[in-house]
Design a protein around this ligand. Structure first.
Ligand code: AMP
Ligand code: ZN
Length: 491
C-alpha cells in the first residue's frame, strides 16, 4: 500500500483551470473546507453528490496517511434569496416555527441522510450563527483597510476599490468586472451600494427580523459569503490547502470569499479550489428552489413516481461514483438500475474473496493492478476508472474460483488488502446484508418465472402457465396480471 511519501496526486485546480500536482502547505497535513448546506429544507440528491465527492477525497488523503482537518459548515443564517429574503426566516414563517427550529430540523435531516450514504462526518462542523463575533471582526478589519463602507447600518465590500488595489475579483469564475456591471439587474437594496457588484458583509435588520445580532453598526446579520471566510480561516489558517463546493458556488460566493480573505490578510487564501459538477434530473439542474428535486428518502423507499423500484443508499453511492466529480450526471431509472446490476456483479465477486485458495504461481500481475488503481485516484480522483479496475478484479476473482487464473499466497493477500482499501475504505462502499441480497435474487427468479409464464401463454400452453401461477401462489407469491405487464406480491 502507498503513503503520501511515495504517491503524487494531481488535482484540477479551478483557480488555474488545469490539473496540478497536489503539494500541501505543510508536509503530511491537509486542510480542507467545503461549503455546507443551507439548512432551510430537506437535503436533495444533488447536494449529496457534492458532499460524497469530498468524502471520497478526504478518505483517500487519510488512506495515504495525511493528517486531514476537514471543515464543513452549516449555513444557518444570512443566505438570502434573490429578493433579499432570508431562506431560513421564510421557511420558519411557512412552517410556523422558530428559525432555530428550522435549522435544527433540517440539520438533523442532513446528518441522517449523509449517514445513510456512509459519509464520514467532518472534523469540524461550524455554524454561521455561532461565529457572528468572528464575522463582525472581519467586517471591521475590511472597513479599517478601506475596502468596505457603511451605509444606513449595512456594510458593503467595495469590489472596484479591491480590484484597483490589486485584487482579482472575477478571476476564479473568469468574469470581467466591466461585463458584470453591464449585466447586473437592479436588485432590492442596491440603491445603497456604490456599484452593483459590491456585496453585503453585514446587513441591517429591522426589529421584525428575528435572526439579528448587535454590532458596531446596529442590529443586523452577516452576509452569506462572510461566514465561510470567517470559519475557514479560523480553523484552517489564513491560507489553507483545499476549498471545495459545487460549481454553482463559484460565482459569486467563492469569488467573494477570495476577495474578503485577500482584502483582510493580503494573500490568496486557498491553494486548490475544487468544484464539483451538477446532478441533473430530466437533464435540468437538481435544485431546491426550482422544485426539480427528488429526495433521498423517496429514492430509498421507492415512494416516488420517477423510479420503478426502491434503491439502497449504497447502490446510489456507487451510481454517483461511477461518474467523475467534474462531469454532469443525470439521474434516471435506467442509469441507477444499471448501476445496481453492476454493483451486485462486483459484490458477488468480492464476497468470494475470503474462500479463494492460493497457488504455487501467479498468472496475474497484482502489483500492476494495484498501481493502476492508485493512478486512477491520483488523476484528479478518477473514481469511474478505479471502479473499472475493480471490475477487472471481480473478473479475476471469478477466474480464480474456476482455477482459470492463479495467485501465490502473498499476491492473494495483497489483492485482498487492496480490494479492502479501495472498495470499503476509500470508495466507502459495503456489501449488502444477506437478506437484501437474497431479496434481490428472489426478485430475479420470480421475474424469470413471469417471463416463462408469458411465453407459455403466448404459445397457448395454458396448463404450464397455470401451473407456474398456482405453484407460486402455494408458496405465497401472488401474480397480478395487469394490462401491460405482470407484477407480483409476496404474502
Ligand atoms: P446549498 O444548500 O444550496 O447551499 O447547496 C449545498 C451544496 O450542494 C453546495 O456545494 C452546492 O453547490 C451543491 N449543490 C446544489 N445543487 C446541486 C446539484 N444539483 N448537483 C450537485 N451539487 C449541488
Ligand atoms: Zn461557502
Amino acid at each position: 500500500m502507498r503513503t503520501y511519501q511515495n504517491n503524487q496526486i494531481k488535482i484540477f485546480n479551478s483557480l488555474h483551470g488545469k490539473k496540478e500536482d497536489f503539494i500541501p502547505l505543510h508536509k503530511g497535513f491537509v486542510g480542507i473546507y467545503v461549503c455546507g448546506p443551507t439548512v432551510y429544507n430537506k437535503v436533495h440528491l444533488g447536494n449529496c453528490r457534492t458532499f460524497l465527492s469530498f468524502d471520497v477525497m478526504t478518505r483517500y488523503f487519510r488512506h495515504l496517511g495525511y493528517k486531514v482537518r476537514y471543515v464543513r459548515n452549516i449555513t444557518d443564517a444570512g443566505h438570502l434569496l434573490d429578493n433579499d429574503e432570508d431562506k431560513i426566516l421564510k421557511q420558519s414563517v411557512l412552517e410556523k416555527i422558530e428559525p432555530m427550529e428550522v435549522v435544527q430540523k433540517y440539520t438533523l435531516d442532513f446528518h441522517k441522510v449523509l449517514e445513510q450514504f456512509n459519509l464520514l462526518p467532518p472534523d469540524i462542523e461550524p455554524t454561521a450563527t455561532s461565529h457572528i463575533v468572528d464575522q463582525i471582526e472581519l467586517t471591521r478589519e475590511l472597513l479599517r483597510k478601506g475596502l468596505a463602507y457603511e451605509v444606513n447600518g449595512s456594510v458593503y465590500f467595495d469590489v472596484i476599490k479591491y480590484n484597483i488595489e490589486g485584487g482579482n475579483y472575477g478571476k476564479l469564475s473568469g468574469r470581467k468586472i466591466e461585463d458584470m456591471i453591464a449585466n447586473t439587474r437592479d436588485l432590492d437594496g442596491q440603491g445603497e451600494k456604490k456599484n452593483p457588484q459590491d456585496f453585503a458583509l453585514w446587513k441591517k435588520a429591522s426589529p421584525e427580523h428575528i435572526m439579528r445580532w448587535p454590532s458596531p453598526w446596529g442590529y443586523g446579520f452577516p452576509g452569506w459569503h462572510l461566514e465561510c471566510t470567517a470559519m475557514s480561516t479560523k480553523y484552517l489558517g489564513k491560507k489553507f490547502d483545499i476549498h471545495g463546493g459545487g460549481m454553482d458556488l463559484k460565482f459569486p460566493h467563492h469569488e467573494c470569499e477570495i476577495a474578503q480573505a485577500r482584502g483582510t490578510y493580503g494573500e490568496e487564501p486557498v491553494k486548490y479550489w475544487i468544484h464539483t459538477n451538477m446532478l441533473t434530473l430530466n437533464r435540468q439542474k437538481m435544485s431546491k428552489s426550482t422544485g426539480n428535486t427528488i429526495l433521498p428518502e423517496e429514492l430509498f423507499t421507492g415512494n416516488n413516481t420517477f423510479f420503478e423500484k426502491a434503491f439502497h443508499p449504497v447502490v446510489v453511492r456507487f451510481f454517483f461514483l461511477q461518474a467523475h466529480y467534474r462531469s454532469v450526471l443525470d439521474l434516471s431509472n435506467e442509469a441507477v438500475a444499471s448501476a445496481e446490476k453492476g454493483f451486485f456483479r462486483l459484490t458477488s465477486a468480492i464476497e468470494k474473496l475470503p474462500s479463494i485458495q492460493a497457488s504455487e504461481t501467479s498468472s496475474f500481475n497484482v502489483q500492476e493492478w494495484i498501481s493502476n488503481c492508485y493512478e486512477a485516484l491520483n488523476d484528479d480522483f478518477n473514481t469511474p476508472i478505479l471502479i473499472a479496475y475493480l471490475f477487472d478484479a471481480a473478473k479475476l476473482i471469478n477466474n480464480l474460483e474456476l482455477k482459470n487464473e492463479t495467485l501465490t499466497d502473498s499476491d492473494l493477500e495483497e489483492l485482498k488488502q487492496a480490494v479492502h482499501a479501495f472498495f470499503y475504505d476509500i470508495l466507502g462502499l459495503e456489501l449488502l446484508s444477506d437478506s437484501l441480497n437474497d431479496n434481490r435474487k428472489i426478485d430475479t427468479v420470480i421475474k424469470i418465472l413471469i417471463d416463462l409464464r408469458n411465453k407459455a401463454r403466448l404459445e397457448k400452453d395454458w396448463a404450464l402457465s397455470d401451473e407456474i401461477r398456482d405453484r407460486l401462489l402455494e408458496s405465497g407469491i401472488i401474480l397480478k396480471d395487469g394490462k401491460e405487464s405482470t407484477t407480483y406480491e409476496i404474502e
